[in-house]
Design a protein around this ligand. Sequence first.
Ligand code: SRM
Ligand code: SF4
Length: 562
Amino acid sequence: MTTALTDFERIKAASRLLRGSIVDGLADPLTGAISDDDNKLLKFHGSYLQDHRDLRDERRLQKLEPAYSFMLRARLPGGVVTPAQWLEFDRLAREYANGTLRITTRQTFQWHGIIKRQLKPTIAAIHHALATTIAACGDVVRTVVSTANPIESPAHAITYDWAARLSRHLEPQTRAYHEIWLDGEKWTGEAETEPLYGPTYLPRKFKIGLAIPPLNDIDVFAQDLGLIAIIEQGALVGFNVAIGGGMGASHGDPSTYPRLASVIGFVTPEQLIAVTEGIVGVQRDWGNRGVRKHARLKYTLDHRGLEAFKAELESRLGFALQPARAFAFEHNGDRYGWVEGHDGRWHLTLQIESGRLADVGELRALSGLRELAKVHAGDFRLTCNQNVIVANVAAAERACIDAIVAAHGLDGYRRQSAIRRHAVACVALPTCGLAMAESERYLPQLLPKLESLLHRHGLSEAPILLRLSGCPNGCSRPYLGEIALVGRGPGRYDLRLAADFRGQRLNQVYRENIDEAAILDALDPLFARYAAERVAGEHFGDFLLRAGALGEPRRIPLELRA
Ligand code: SRM
Ligand code: SF4
């Protein structure tokens, strides 16, 4: 039986390799928007049309169109940014966007609030800063992420190089990007191809990440393709291959679910490109192009069978994957403060709440990082926990860096509570069109209440992973939080508990669709038991399961839900 293709598939097929009518839409002065079809194609260029959701009602009353603007996302493999790039990105944030830079959960930058006529100059400026936005969104292989701070050992540096190489290798080949944004030569109709993707690209987004044990800061099991570096006697010998991770789900639709990637074998570095192309190729051909909700690799695997997928991959490759090697992760957070690398240079991880670089009161994160970029001779590394590493600092420069950090209020990592240091929140309102509840804007309100509860139980130093998402799409990877809130509606969340601390176990629903008071009420007795009954070194999520503290999930009857 053949399934009808989605509209999205038809739009891609007719787009002439991602051109559509984007150029005409950008030139239309009558609206701040572009058409829905072009917006779908624009994602492949790294941008989305959004509107300011706080202003919707007011604009409607004034009979104005919504306050449209564009979100723009860079493709920064491994999250590496040079100081020169930082200064340019910062300028763009202040001149063309909403005056903030946003570090994402995939270690790149987003700019919000760019109006239509500024989109082209912004993309062109990013290109001139030797970066790109191509394929930062869309049905393609997204920016490849890697364990941040990959310069601790020569093997770390080689692993980062693989992330960068894969990311470049998997970029779309269409000239559309140059044509639309960089005034490149216009398409003349001669044959232009996408050798890997073909004319309709992938059925859905595809995410790749490289983790270097014992750090799982990228949440390798949340990737469509997770690569676990195997380092023996200081040398990178290859990667374990894990496929089919993904977080996205829809409330009330059990056919959608978060899934952790399954480890299917080991490959040598020489085999890596072929194996990656092979996995992407099978997903391109086997993925569901009739139902976008079921189009991610995780569903392909569950529908066709992991073994069948692996057999198809190996038959296309002409060789079998080796058995997976042993590995052990310790945690999936960041290590704050200074860490020394193998070459005697230093790396300073700073905590940036929700990844938002802005100047608010005494915390002048945007200005502070700009001042650092003016004097820093190394580079910056963004992390998948939305933080930033001032990397590659000579020992003699540390005092100067510390002084700038302190002067701008960026030294909070030294005194913050453990839960604050381990909190991640997605963007949500006001820009995300899919948000059902607040997330980034709610985190600063929720944290003090959690902190005071934890303090009361003597748990201020307990490093508990907290993840907030404004909807079940899971952009903060909430299903891997020891405590997670997943938005249901304004002020209401599902409370999920008991993932592990290493990104290797999904959490479970504890209470559905509850408000803040009920969230704190639910956590209070669990914190009390954790304080009294945990064994040394036991993490909160592990404790909850071992102690049987969750009991049967209590579900609110449908008719009582908001
Ligand atoms: Fe995400 C869609 C923001 C990481 C799963 N995500 C969106 C959109 C673009 C909303 C939309 O489609 O209109 C959000 C834009 C909000 C805004 O205003 O900026 C958005 N996602 C983000 C970011 C910025 C969250 C953040 O706070 O940092 C992250 C950008 C990452 C990047 O740099 O590329 C971000 N999104 C993730 C992750 C985490 C990850 O990849 O490690 C996930 C879960 C992993 C996964 O993909 O399964 C994630 N985003 C989704 C989904 C659900 C996909 C699914 O398979 O169901 C959507 C909705 C969709 O694609 O239809 C989505
Ligand atoms: Fe938006 Fe939902 Fe992603 Fe949060 S989890 S950024 S609300 S799509």
